[in-house]
Design a protein around this ligand. Structure first.
Ligand code: PEP
Ligand code: MN
Length: 344
């Protein structure tokens, strides 16, 4: 009997060699297509074509192999065939509206705008990855008044200037209505931070100010707020005439902060809860939710699996030199590695 197993194993090894040879051949063919698409500046990812490939195989072999197995095995083959490229390539020249419709979208950038060189170096790397949404804090809602509060007006100016240079859109937080008025035209997506989610007066002011142009707003969940309070906060903005609100989960406070290194507790199941109970886009911020750079990948993976429409990730060319939130900040190289693994 052992002899027989040995024989079968030899046969399996032979077939495995053939499979790998065929995978290499397949990759060569698909690389040819990808190159042409890159030259023509059209998106590499074509969901209709991928669906056709799976359906054709499932129909042809349905009585010999389970459709579920085809889907899994070929899902991985299709993913690895484009792993060297991004789903984002080809997003140049798209409007903000189109970029936000191309889910999952990625917002990335430093916790805080520090100086011209810092924001420019990270923006350049991010735009090379095809990322069009540049975040950066200028008015920082720091827990301690002794901490660096951001470059304020100068921070917004640097952010806008850099975004224009690299054809990106600005995502930044305002903490009061004076900033909102003064810098309205320089910020493309207005962020309302976790600490301000419960400021109903400010929510109304932002809703009113954006009611004409319906500028997108990212509302971050208060870290001690229930889902219902979060949804009601979004309603304050919507009721003033701007339905263009995105809900951002960024971790909540719990007992885990007592004896673990987690800065907050990633509120992952809330993605499912919000997607079921609200028509709004839901995005996840793995950086603040965990406070740890090495957790950004696994938590982002879970968030996308659970249906998040986008991710907001803190990124800096030298994470360890970041003036704020350095322990949760990743480099553009790390972001590239993560996105290649995550974005199918
Ligand atoms: C931020 O994203 O810059 C930020 C301060 O996050 P939060 O409001 O979630 O703490
Ligand atoms: Mn931060």
């Amino acid at each position: 009997m052992l002899n027989n197993i040995e024989k079968l194993r030899q046969e399996i090894d032979r077939i495995d060699d053939q499979i790998v040879e065929l995978l290499i051949d397949r990759k060569t063919q698909s690389d040819g297509i990808i190159k042409q698409k890159v030259n023509a500046q059209i998106p590499i990812y074509d969901s209709d074509r991928e669906l056709d490939i799976l359906n054709r195989l499932k129909t042809k072999f349905h009585d010999r192999i389970d459709s579920f197995q085809i889907e899994h095995i070929f899902g991985d083959i299709l993913f690895y065939s484009k792993i060297d490229y991004f789903k984002f390539s080809g997003l140049q020249n798209l409007s903000l509206e189109k970029i936000l419709a191309n889910t999952p979208f990625i917002i990335a950038g430093p916790c805080t705008v520090e100086n011209q060189e810092q924001i420019e170096s990270v923006a350049q790397k991010l735009s090379n990855l095809g990322i069009r949404l540049l975040r950066g804090g200028a008015f920082k809602p720091r827990t301690s008044p002794m901490s660096f509060q951001g470059l304020e007006n100068e921070g917004i100016r640097l952010l806008k200037e850099t975004a224009l240079k690299y054809d990106m859109f600005v995502v930044s937080e305002f903490t009061d209505s004076e900033q909102l008025e003064k810098h309205y035209d320089e910020v493309d997506i207005i962020q309302i931070g976790s600490r301000n989610m419960t400021s109903s007066g400010f929510l109304k002011q932002v809703g009113k100010r954006t009611s004409k142009d319906k500028k997108p707003i990212i509302l971050k969940r208060g870290f001690a707020s229930t889902i219902n309070e979060f949804l009601l906060a979004s309603q304050y903005i919507i009721n003033e005439g701007n339905p263009n609100v995105m809900l951002c989960l960024r971790g909540i406070r719990s007992f885990e902060q007592i004896e673990s290194e987690l800065r907050y507790t990633p509120d992952l199941a809330s993605i499912v809860e919000l997607k079921r109970n609200s028509p709004l886009k839901v995005i996840f911020d793995p950086s603040h939710a965990t406070g740890k750079a090495s957790y950004v990948y696994p938590v982002s993976k879970a968030a996308l699996e659970l249906g998040a429409d986008g991710l907001m990730i803190e990124c800096h060319v030298n994470p360890e030199e970041s003036v704020s939130d350095s322990s949760q900040t990743i480099s553009p190289q790390e972001l590239e590695r993560i996105l290649k693994l995550l974005i199918r």
